[in-house]
Design a protein around this ligand. Sequence first.
Ligand code: FDA
Ligand code: NAD
Length: 434
Amino acid sequence: MAEKSFKYVILGGGVSAGYAAREFAKQGVKPGELAIISKEAVAPYERPALSKAYLFPEGTARLPGFHVCVGSGGERLLPEWYKEKGIELILSTEIVRADIASKTLLSATGLIFKYQILVIATGSTVLRLTDFGVEGADAKNIFYLREIDDADKLVEAIKAKKNGKAVVVGGGYIGLELSAALKINNIDVSMVYPEPWCMPRLFTADIAAFYEGYYANKGIKIIKGTVAVGFTTNADGEVNEVKLKDGRTLEADIVVVGVGGRPLISLFKGQVAENKGGIETDDFFKTSADDVYAVGDVATFPMKLYREMRRVEHVDHARKSAEQAVKTIMATEGGKTVTGYDYLPYFYSRAFDLSWQFYGDNVGDTVLFGDNDLASATHKFGTYWIKDGKVVGVFLESGTPEENKAIAKVARVQPSVESLDVLKNEGLSFASKI
Ligand code: FDA
Ligand code: NAD
């Protein structure tokens, strides 16, 4: 059996892998020392593009335009970059077995990879309706979105079903971003989700009401409080109807499902400590196993700010955790130390001409501020979260770069407030003073 050996192996070729490679290069990794093994066929890219400009009919994003690290304002790492640096990109290669004791990875085609130090960056996979036994969920034209191949299939379907009907299942990130992208492609969109409002993991009812109203004005039909329980197909096996639990049926040429993800950690079951569904790490992203690090979506790490172990499924953390792990690896070899990870949660989304950012923690009381009137020309509004008399989280729609910087600072500094009324009255100017 073919065997290859590397000093460092990054398992996974997504966002974390790309940012880790850049950091390895910055720290002087030598040609031949580092390999990235990915089941995807392309070099690491900025995954957020897939649910946004990749699907737009105009101003469409295509590779090589959004390879990492362009998303953070950095240089694009094209496949040639890896060649120049002597970093081996082992693509279209799925690892099916990992043995930490012998420091060995085995691919689906029987290749063996040996490493001295492993960085696990396998990210997440989607939850599928077939996992829940939803009848007919394996019909053609039911799509999920995680990797570029998924996005390509969806683009083909959008072209084939011109001016058709889509049902979007799920009211989270994928649900909201994909509904907008489909609508921009002139598809008639209905969204279905079980909760009383969209993005319930982050949004308050007030925040959600704005986005639901905005989407409704764009002609998107929102159906809440129910789920898809079955799909019927035409003679070609293509989905043509979605059956809802409340008895209604919706016509559909395309179905997009975004009902959450799960971190890909099964290769390491029983070999590393787990926590909260992810691989447990310290604040340097070291796992319980020697010479094994875990970064990005799979890592459950100490969030110092909240004195709690947490897992984060967002791109900012994928980038920063990868850099932290590589800095640690290289400093350790040089007999140096680095400071531990001290992360401030940062999430964002964009759809239509809307764009929001959130920093901090969404716990405690909330105060809505600004102009969330759908009829207004600007949509600058937001929400503060207040716990134990301190502002711990801030959400802002349509903020300028300076305003977004200001809300990030508030979430980091956690200023005390005398009363919720102060925040209500001062609104965004409270953040700008901190
Ligand atoms: P990521 O998923 O990026 O990479 C994992 C890699 O590992 C993939 O290449 C995969 O193929 C590979 N892999 C897995 N198992 C393997 C195996 N056994 N063998 C070989 N390779 C294997 N976040 C945000 O903050 N803002 C945003 O706008 C968006 N938008 C967005 C859109 C879409 C469509 C998705 C799916 C996700 C987002 N996100 C986001 C989330 C963000 O993209 C996500 O948190 C990061 O990509 C996580 O980076 P990782 O490197 O951990 O995993
Ligand atoms: P999510 O957790 O954001 O949303 C899942 C949603 O699924 C829930 O809000 C709920 O409305 C819905 N749901 C659950 N069960 C359902 C059912 N049976 N029928 C209908 N709806 C159901 O997950 P997602 O939107 O699928 O996103 C997947 C991953 O991609 C996450 O890790 C997310 O962070 C990431 N992502 C992030 C962004 C961003 O940060 N802007 C954008 C896209 C994707």
